[in-house]
Design a protein around this ligand. Structure first.
Ligand code: GLN
Length: 544
């Protein structure tokens, strides 16, 4: 379909939070990809932070980083994984960012003395965001974060109401995601919360076109009829979103429930052709019939909030699918490791993921030491790589004071803050006031891999691009004797200054990377590092 204006699908949520709107949007968009359309997904977040970069993973889960260096909501990770379409800076906005733009313009006098108001100035800025940076996409999926009725989301709801008027019904579709709770005493799915939520939307001038109803069980026909009647939608537009075992079953379940058909019907675009869902079917069948099983230990500080490690968990799952292996995740709180061998006795592979701050770092170093000494497959990511360097410097090279300046002053700061580096575009400088992430190195950077290395064999390429999100770097100026001691920095920045990957020469699988490979792993293109790591862990499980 080639279309001058894309079709906009606005996705709102009602009744409760955590309905999985992000996953729902991603799954729906994936069905349109399977039908050969070009799609993009966007997330509009109602909170006042300018971006999630400064938010605690305990509160907001993982911060997802795009190729172009935006720190975004974790839902963008679902979008990329389900559609294979890379997100950009222009795909996530927050109330905080919208207000900063409006206020910046106000200070510059751009509004020529007008009184600045939510309508039209804030809503105009939101509308501009929604329709900006679009090329030849057929469908734009815009998810509004939060739950309908929240004070913060009002300007977003108002903006999409206005857009319906401006772009026309033929170019905009409102999907509302709700919950049908099952009340055990009555043995019934309840429709009232959905009715109330739709009323709330209607009060703001929005009549949903399609309702996606989350439910634990099939919705009886009479309940569907009732929802349609009370909520003023067609009966076929009440779509059942029944709980499934794996997130990768969602696209197929939606297709079977007629979700994509209903949207295409709405835009008068439906044809009898079915989408090609064979790739999803293959994944599900592998997940259901996996042959091996491995236990992967993840050592971190945020282990009680698994949303903090969303992309990591997905990337490990993809590695499992590629090896037809079931993965059991073993969460190890790095602040609570008393007896290391006890903690890791049933673990076949250890991951120390990214993180910030000194708290918990001793436990992570113990875990790395255990993996190194006992030849357990080990993957270190970002902070995990920095701590692997510290562990090695302290225990193999005997620099007992080795540490990171992130943890305070050190006599041997082998990990140091770097505020200037060379890129293709020239020298990049960052200070605490820099707009995007202060002193952070953010987004995709090239890395060169030495040909006679384990990591080269894994990537089968000497030039790779991976996403970064960190301030500190391995400081080889301080000491360049790692190679002689058995730690090989096989991946370096193109100017050969910044170590990007390391590996141990006398270990079956000990690799750590300064970037975040988990951000680029997809179910259909599992990341080679995770595929290889799970394979090594599988070998380890056979040794025990
Ligand atoms: N805290 C470390 C740094 O800023 C590592 C960050 C991370 O693991 N993403 O360099």
């Amino acid at each position: 379909m080639k279309n001058s204006t894309p079709k906009f699908i606005f996705i709102t949520g009602g009744v409760v939070s955590s309905l999985g709107k992000g996953l729902a949007s991603a799954s729906l968009a994936s069905l349109f990809i399977s039908r050969g359309f070009k799609v993009r997904l966007r997330k509009l977040d109602p909170y006042l932070n300018v971006d999630p970069g400064t938010m605690s993973p305990y509160q907001h889960g993982e911060c997802f980083v795009t190729d172009d260096g935006a720190e975004t909501d974790l839902d963008l990770g679902h979008y990329e994984r389900f559609t294979g379409v890379n997100s950009r800076k222009s795909d996530n906005v927050t109330t905080g960012k919208i207000y900063s733009q409006v206020l910046k313009k106000e200070r510059r006098g751009d509004y020529l003395g007008a009184t600045i108001q939510v309508i039209p100035h804030v809503t105009d800025a939101i509308k501009k965001f929604i329709i900006s940076d679009i090329s030849d996409e057929d469908f734009m999926f815009c998810e509004i974060g939060g739950t309908v009725g929240d004070i913060e989301s009002l300007p977003f709801i108002e903006a999409i109401r206005q857009l319906r008027n401006e772009l026309g019904k033929e170019n905009t579709c409102f999907v509302h995601v709700t919950l049908l709770p099952f009340i055990n005493a009555a043995k019934e799915l309840k429709t009232k919360p959905t009715q109330h939520s739709v009323k709330e939307l209607q009060g703001m001038g929005i009549q949903p076109d399609i309702l996606l109803c989350r439910t634990e069980m099939n919705i009886p026909e009479d309940q569907k009829k009732k929802i349609a009647q009370f909520c003023n939608v067609k009966e076929q537009a009440v779509i059942e979103a029944i709980d499934v075992n794996s997130i990768y079953e969602v696209p197929i379940a939606y297709n079977e429930a007629g979700f994509d058909k209903e949207i295409l019907d709405y835009f008068s675009l439906y044809d009898e052709k079915s989408p090609d869902l064979s790739a999803w079917k293959k994944i599900i069948s592998i997940q259901r019939s996996s042959e091996g099983e491995v236990n992967i230990g993840i050592v971190g500080k945020y282990t009680s909030i698994i949303d903090s490690y969303k992309s990591l968990i997905e990337a490990i799952t993809h590695g499992g699918i590629a090896n037809k292996t079931k993965i059991n995740l073993v969460w190890i709180d790095s602040e609570n490791i008393d007896n290391v061998s006890n903690c890791f006795k049933d673990v076949h592979g250890i991951i120390v993921p990214g993180g910030f701050g000194e708290r918990g770092s001793d436990g992570k170093i113990l875990a790395i030491n255990y993996a190194r000494s006992n030849k357990i497959p080990f993957l270190g990511i970002c902070l995990g790589m920095q701590l692997a360097v510290i562990e090695f410097a302290r225990n193999v090279m005997n620099y007992k004071e080795a540490s990171s300046t992130e943890f305070g002053t050190s006599k041997f700061p082998i990990i140091s803050l770097l505020t200037e580096w060379q890129t293709k575009k020239g020298k990049e400088k960052r200070d605490i006031l820099s707009e995007y992430g202060g002193t952070m190195r953010l987004g995709s950077y090239e890395c060169h891999l030495k040909q006679n290395s384990k990591i080269f064999d894994i990537y089968k390429n000497d030039k790779i691009h991976e996403r970064h999100r960190h301030r500190y770097e391995v400081n080889l100026d301080l000491c360049d004797k790692f190679d002689e001691s058995g730690m090989n920095f096989a991946g370096m920045s193109p100017d050969n200054i910044l170590p990007e990957t390391l590996e141990l020469t006398d270990h079956p699988w000990f690799i750590a990377v300064q970037f975040h490979p988990e951000l680029k792993s997809r179910p259909f293109q599992p990341h080679p590092l995770f595929v290889s790591f799970i394979k090594a862990s599988l070998n380890q499980s056979r040794l025990l």
